[in-house]
Design a protein around this ligand. Structure first.
Ligand SMILES: [Zn+2]
Length: 206
């Protein structure tokens, strides 16, 4: 679930996107998996009709076991995203890697998501570093991976300098993530992102 105020609106990238309902400083943990999120187990997913599976694939995130989580907001892809995915002791979350202004669209890099099947989409993010197409079928190039690592590390270094809505949450997954973050204050300990799932570079492995 999203930890910051968001709202949905029409997007100049694609269809409807999610937008910041408040200023989100760089270093804010924006999203985590909570028990309030809807999970669709692999078995259940496989038994659904095509139309429902397509909807989940559009709105959801797949984990490495083939289970799906359907999130409360569907951030569009950008090749110059303002939030990025990271793992802290194996716990997934998204962190703001830029200061996001109120009313600004929240974007993430879809190329980093795990997917059990290859897919690709034409990009309409209009950023200067647009890759043109993105998806699990197109591994993110090494230079971009390094830049994302740098942005995540810089943002992670600010985790304890900004107000974290995560820290006000009392559910078990929030507590686990908070503990993981507290035990890993050095940003260098955030080397593991989804990159490691799609990169052949051994330096990017766990
Ligand atoms: Zn793009």
């Amino acid at each position: 679930m999203y930890l910051t105020k968001i709202y949905k609106n029409s997007s100049c990238i694609d269809g409807r996107g999610i937008f910041a309902g408040e200023p989100i400083p760089k270093g804010t943990v924006v999203f985590y998996y909570s028990s309030n999120d809807a999970y669709v187990l692999k078995k259940e997913f496989q038994s659904l009709p095509d139309s429902e599976r397509e909807q989940i694939q559009k709105l959801g995130l797949e984990d490495e076991s083939g289970n799906w989580i359907v999130t409360d907001g569907d951030a569009n892809h950008s090749c110059d995203a303002n939030i990025l995915s990271m793992f802290v002791d194996g716990i997934y979350c998204d962190i703001a890697v830029k200061d996001i202004k109120i009313g600004e669209e929240i974007t993430i890099d879809y190329g980093l998501f795990y997917s059990s099947f290859p897919w690709q989409m034409k990009c309409r993010c209009h950023s200067n570093n647009c890759r043109g197409v993105f998806g699990s079928a197109i591994p993110v190039d090494f230079q971009t991976q390094q830049l994302w690592h740098l942005r995540i590390s810089e943002a992670a270094g600010r985790i304890f300098q900004v107000t974290q809505p995560l820290f006000a949450r009392g559910d078990e997954s929030a507590r686990a993530l908070r503990l993981a973050l507290r035990s890993k204050q050095n940003p260098e300990i955030f080397p593991y992102t989804k990159f490691s799932l799609i990169s052949n570079d051994p330096k990017m492995k766990i």
